[in-house]
Design a binder for this molecule. Structure first.
Ligand SMILES: Nc1ncnc2c1ncn2[C@@H]1O[C@H](COP(=O)(O)OP(=O)(O)OP(=O)(O)O)[C@@H](O)[C@H]1O
Length: 239
């Protein structure tokens, strides 16, 4: 019996009567690396935002470890995410921000430093000791900060919206390795949305395709998945 961590029931979101998401049921087991793909406007960010209680569902609900996310804050200590730059604090340096997140999650400065030391390749000398505010970092470097901040405090659930976008090819490869290592650890459930079919199939064991707010494919990743996805999105182009 799989240990279900995230469960959604009858989830819909509509704006002014227009439905943008409709997921009758979705279960995500503990430890799964879950990839969400879909064209622009398919509903990926909407789904993640509801998981994080940033927007309210029109109907239905999401539970994380049996906690209804819109009714209690108890899921927050074991969940971390980076959706966009609004998750950063522009007037802090990277170090200040990491320590701030550490404080929130009960992680000491020394432990934060220890974690950061493991990301020196990923940071490529452009994040730490820069005496620069986060708002003055490049988009890609801001993203690196946001992603690494999600690892502070050993969260059980990590949600990353388009983590590969804006990153240079070398950093994308490093990020894939980091995500693979995380997903090898079956304690961490990781949810990623991406437009990069190759990256997402490489790091996720399950791929869900959203089209106009509905799940049209839900598959365990195999050798054939990338080709199937390319065929699916190619055929969409013909329509
Ligand atoms: N506040 C809002 N008011 C009205 N419509 C909205 C609002 N927020 C999102 N939408 C609509 O919801 C739909 C889903 O958007 P969403 O951002 O979830 O898509 P996405 O799959 O993340 O797209 P992308 O790949 O472009 O990031 C879109 O049609 C979008 O215009």
């Amino acid at each position: 019996m799989e240990n279900i961590l995230i469960n959604t029931q009858n989830l819909t979101k509509a704006y002014k009567g227009v439905e943008v998401l409709n997921i009758p049921e979705l279960e995500i087991p503990k430890g799964q690396s879950f990839g969400l793909v879909g064209n622009n406007g398919a509903g990926k960010t909407t789904f993640f935002s509801m998981l994080l209680d940033l927007i309210q569902p029109t109907t239905g609900q999401i539970t994380s470890k049996n906690i209804v996310v819109s009714e209690s804050e108890d899921w927050k200590p074991f969940t971390s995410s980076f959706i966009d730059e609004s998750f950063l604090i522009g007037y802090l340096t990277a170090e200040e921000y990491f320590y701030f997140i550490g404080d929130l999650r009960g992680v000491s400065k020394a432990e934060v430093d220890e974690l950061l030391a493991g990301f020196s390749d990923f940071f490529h000398g452009e994040i730490l000791n820069q005496k620069k505010y986060l708002r003055d970092l490049s988009k890609g470097n801001q993203k690196k900060v946001g992603i690494v901040a999600t690892f502070i405090g050993n969260p059980e659930v990590i949600i990353l919206d388009e983590p590969f976008a804006n990153l240079d090819p070398t950093t994308q490869i490093r990020l894939k390795k980091i995500i693979k290592e995380l997903s090898d650890n079956n304690e961490v459930t990781i949810l990623i949305s991406s437009h990069d079919l190759m990256h997402v199939t490489e790091v996720c064991e399950r791929i869900v395709v959203l089209n106009k707010g509905e799940i049209v494919k839900d598959t365990q990743t195999s050798e054939a998945t990338l080709e199937e996805l390319n065929a699916y999105f190619g055929q969409e182009e013909m329509n």
